[in-house]
Design a protein around this ligand. Structure first.
Ligand SMILES: [Zn+2]
Length: 399
């Protein structure tokens, strides 16, 4: 029944489209002057609600509209938004009707199941030629790093997109999706509030969090050299231990104390150049080397709290370029600082559906259970995009 209705709407709009002439809204035309020019009573406009009047005021110069002249009546269709059009039916001067009507469109449903070979994004694009579908997938899994999906992982999605006269008039909307990463399943469902939830109605967000009481001494940097007991030294040209972490950063980047403590050493120290050592509790010491300069007012014995700026990145001592050498010592023995200042991606639940909304979601979950199974076997039915704007179903593509 829905299919018949749909084709009826298409036929109807097609027939209107074929026999109607297209015009463009002229600059400076108001809706009232438009009515006058076409011999239509202005009372039509004054009888409208304020909301409708406002909508009509939004018709812009250049907007295309159509006029279809029949034997007994003339029909004028002017789109006001992507979804609404003004319809004026004129019989005689005083027998006209105006109404706002939805512009007919179709909703195409698509489904896809694919096995990842290299990149899930590339393979999804290859299958559909839709960049916006790829963007939509990222939204559905905003808490996951899909780039890390590997060969053998899978993606299954159900989505829909609106089209009118063959053209896409909306971005694709993913309704339900399932990814498997290392055989682990992750579902994502679109709820009525326009957000994505897992099967149990939880919305997630990824936050970067430090799990230890130690702070990374500089922000916005990359590790250029890690802690190791055996490293080939670029200047000395021999193997040598590297008992710290090097953070590459611009000269002058502020260096912060990793935790509360007391400065126990400050000054030049051979290859380390200008450096500071801070004593913390639990027998821990931290070392900051190759500084360009110290922060003013600091001396041996000064107390610093976590995050206090103690100096600035430089290249003093034995160094190939501006960076911070950061070391940590437990009872005098070098330990890997990366273990102390680790920053991890962490999933946080930001919202949980409850009550009626939760029950609605669970219904969706039950509905899609079989659908997922079926699509996994058939490979799905994608909507194809041609020239970036025309949408085709599988059948139409073949035909
Ligand atoms: Zn170093």
């Amino acid at each position: 029944m829905r299919k018949i209705l749909l084709s009826f709407i298409i036929l109807l709009s097609l027939s209107t489209f074929l026999s109607a002439k297209t015009y463009h809204w002229k600059k400076g035309t108001t809706f009232l002057s438009f009515l006058r020019n076409h011999g239509i009573s202005q009372k039509l406009y004054y009888d409208l609600d304020n909301d409708d009047k406002e909508l009509l005021a939004e018709i812009r110069a250049g907007q295309s509209y159509s006029i279809k002249k029949g034997k007994r009546q003339t029909t004028i269709l002017i789109p006001t938004t992507d979804e609404l059009q003004v319809k004026i039916v004129k019989r005689s001067k005083n027998r006209s009707k105006i109404s706002l009507e939805p512009i007919p469109f179709e909703v195409l449903k698509g489904s896809i199941h694919l096995k990842v070979k290299k990149s899930v994004f590339r393979e999804l694009y290859k299958k559909t030629h839709s960049k916006s579908l790829v963007a939509s997938l990222k939204r559905a899994y905003s808490n996951k790093n899909l780039r890390k999906m590997k060969r053998g992982d899978t993606l299954t999605i159900f989505y829909e997109q609106k089209r009118r006269k063959g053209k896409a008039i909306s971005s694709p909307k993913i309704l339900a999706s399932l990814i498997t990463i290392n055989k682990k399943k992750f579902y994502s469902y679109l709820a009525n509030d326009g957000k994505y939830y897992d099967s149990l109605g939880r919305e997630y967000r990824t936050v970067k969090k430090s799990f230890t009481p130690y702070l990374r001494p500089i922000s916005r940097c990359r590790i250029s050299s890690s802690f190791t007991h055996r490293r080939f030294h670029p200047i000395l040209k021999r193997y040598k231990a590297h008992l710290g972490v090097d953070y590459a950063a611009c000269r002058g980047t502020p260096i912060k104390a990793t935790a509360n403590g007391r400065i126990v050493r400050k000054g030049r120290r051979g290859g380390y150049g200008k450096c500071i050592t801070i004593q913390h509790k639990n027998g821990l010491k931290s070392l900051y080397a190759h500084m360009s300069r110290y922060r003013k007012g600091l001396k041996v014995g000064s107390r610093v709290s976590q995050g206090t700026v103690i100096g600035y990145v430089g290249s003093t001592g034995r160094s190939t370029g501006p960076h911070l050498h950061f070391g940590m010592y437990r009872h005098g023995k070098a330990v890997n600082p990366a273990r102390y200042v680790r920053v991890r991606r962490h999933q946080e639940i930001v919202n949980r559906l409850r009550g009626k909304e939760y029950r609605k979601l669970r219904k969706k979950v039950a509905l899609y259970r079989n659908k997922f199974r079926r699509v996994t076997k058939t490979g799905g039915n994608p909507i194809f995009v041609r020239n970036g704007k025309y949408l085709l179903t599988k059948k139409e593509k073949r035909g």
